[in-house]
Design a protein around this ligand. Structure first.
Ligand SMILES: [Zn+2]
Length: 516
């Protein structure tokens, strides 16, 4: 479905736009009708594609909370769309990548990003920014970025040694006579909530302080359009635009929002376009005198009905070829489909939690509320499915927590997920837990959201000790260090063992986290 400016104005009543914003857009449109023919440019966004080379299942909402999984994505179909849009617009198009591109599946993780390079080299993108790209360490990301025919942009990543920006802050593209400034903002979380190796020698800021300066610098180059390519997340981007004027379009990423129509904030149009390469966001703009006078938007599903581009298909086959035999290996059976699309708990995570708790022999288990991970249908399970659940080779760890620490761990996570200050939202979904029941009030202030924490049907005791399995510092930060150790067991091994024991394996929503 394509949303035009007029249709968007019709949604004022539903509260998607304020009346004054709608009036502003109307005024701009009238001016274009009396002026000279405006310039046209199409922006196409991909965000959070997470290394999904091939078509895969994607989660779509169904009635009564029952999801539908249908095939979507894959670079060969993305390439077809890129070619179609380029032809349709006669090259008046900019393809931009919001990052979280180089992490999420086995071939991309195993090759430390390399497997994707030949595909990205010919796809026609013009700039990107980054987040999980740092998973292989900053030095490796420099190597990857240097192989791309377009820049990685970030106004908020500093080299600790020199104090200078580690990447170019912006680029100015000339497209059919129009000058388009693109400013990049990488994720600010890399040195805050992620393993230390991701950010060695680097410092990450929010970009809030830097953005006005770079807007001035780019505007001084007389651009026709100023675009921000951000990986802060949709709530964070909306807050940023409420504080910083001068942006025409903000392409948002990180939070996997599927925006079926643009949102207006602080004079800017904002879009975000799902995840896993299952969608592209298309924004057709008419521009006059450095102002957007009209637009159309479409959240394009990379559907199975799109014909794959043969050249890209060949590159995909080449990229995943070395891993194909291992990835196709069947390792068990699922009685139910698994997904990771729901905020409080998810079937995919309940399966992973059960497997790591079994392997560690603990009372509880925790993992971070990661958003990446395409759904897996019921039936035969392959190694590819297991690696999509967790592509990283991190050991299962154990720790002993007091009841008081458990409460603190949960309160900190609820603040990082639901903070009223969007800039303090640093989580993904709510922390994934097994073995406890948490009753929460989302709307409460910091530190008071957990109203009851039960293990079995007993309340957690502040001084009692509880053993727990977990994966990475994202699940249990390093400050919790009582009997903290890494086991010589990896989650993929634990899931295989679990599937052997339970055939077919089940994973249900357990009511672990309840909003009251
Ligand atoms: Zn991200």
């Amino acid at each position: 479905m394509r949303i035009t400016r007029r249709e968007c104005l019709a949604t004022v009543a539903s509260g998607a736009l304020s009346a004054s914003e709608a009036l502003g857009a109307g005024k701009r449109a009238r001016r274009s009708e009396t002026g000279s023919k405006p310039g046209q440019i199409t922006l196409v966004q991909i965000n959070d594609s997470h290394g999904y080379f091939e078509q895969h299942r994607e989660w779509f909402p169904g009635s009564h909370g029952k999801p539908m999984f249908r095939p979507a994505g894959g670079y060969s179909r993305i390439a077809t769309l890129v070619k179609q849009i380029t032809e349709e617009t006669m090259g008046r198009v900019l393809f931009l990548d919001n990052g979280d591109t180089f992490y999420g599946t086995y071939p991309v993780a195993r090759s430390r990003g390399q497997a994707l390079i030949p595909i990205l080299q010919q796809l026609g993108f013009q700039a990107m920014t980054a987040h999980w790209e740092f998973a292989y360490g900053p030095a490796r990301l420099k190597e990857l970025a240097s192989q791309l025919p377009y820049p990685l942009l970030a106004i908020n990543v500093y080299d600790n040694e020199t104090g200078r920006l580690a990447y170019e802050p912006y680029t100015v593209a000339n497209v059919a006579g129009l000058k388009i400034g693109v400013i990049g903002i990488a994720s600010n979380l890399v040195d805050k909530t992620m393993p230390a190796s991701f950010s060695e020698g680097l410092r990450f800021t929010l970009g809030r302080e830097e953005l006005p300066r770079f807007i001035n610098e780019v505007r001084a180059k007389h651009v026709d359009l100023l675009v921000v390519l951000s990986h802060l997340g949709f709530p964070q981007d909306m807050k940023l635009l409420s504080e910083v004027p001068g942006v025409d379009v903000l392409l948002s990423g990180h939070t996997h929002d599927r925006l079926y129509q643009p949102v207006q904030q602080g004079g800017a149009l904002v879009i975000q376009s799902g995840s896993h390469g299952s969608f592209l966001g298309r924004l057709d703009l008419e521009i006059q005198d450095g102002k957007i006078t009209d637009y159309k938007h479409e959240l394009i599903e990379v559907a199975a009905t799109i014909a794959p581009d043969p050249a890209t298909e060949a590159l995909v086959k080449q990229a995943i070829g070395p891993y194909a035999v291992e990835l196709k290996r069947e390792v068990g059976e699922l009685a139910v489909g698994l997904d990771r699309a729901t905020g409080l708990e998810a079937t995919m995570d309940n399966f992973l939690l059960a497997a790591i708790r079994d392997a560690a022999g603990t009372e509880l288990a925790f993992i971070n509320g990661w958003r990446w991970g395409a759904p897996i249908p019921a039936g035969k399970v392959t190694m590819n499915d297991l690696y999509n659940i967790i592509p990283m080779a991190v050991p299962i760890s154990t720790v002993v927590l007091t009841g008081a620490e458990l409460k603190q761990l949960m309160e900190d996570n609820l603040e990082a997920t639901f903070s009223a200050n969007a800039f303090k939202q640093q989580g993904g979904y709510v922390k994934r837990c097994l073995g406890l029941t948490a009753y929460i009030r989302v709307q409460n202030p910091t530190g008071t959201r957990l109203t009851r924490l039960l293990i079995g049907d007993k309340q957690v005791q502040p001084d009692k000790l509880y053993s727990s399995a977990f994966l990475t510092v994202q699940a249990v930060p390093a400050k919790y260090n009582r009997n903290r150790r890494d086991l010589p067991v990896y989650p993929v091994d634990a899931m295989q063992a679990y599937l052997k024991k339970h055939r077919p394996a089940k994973a249900e929503i357990l009511g672990t986290v309840v909003v009251v």
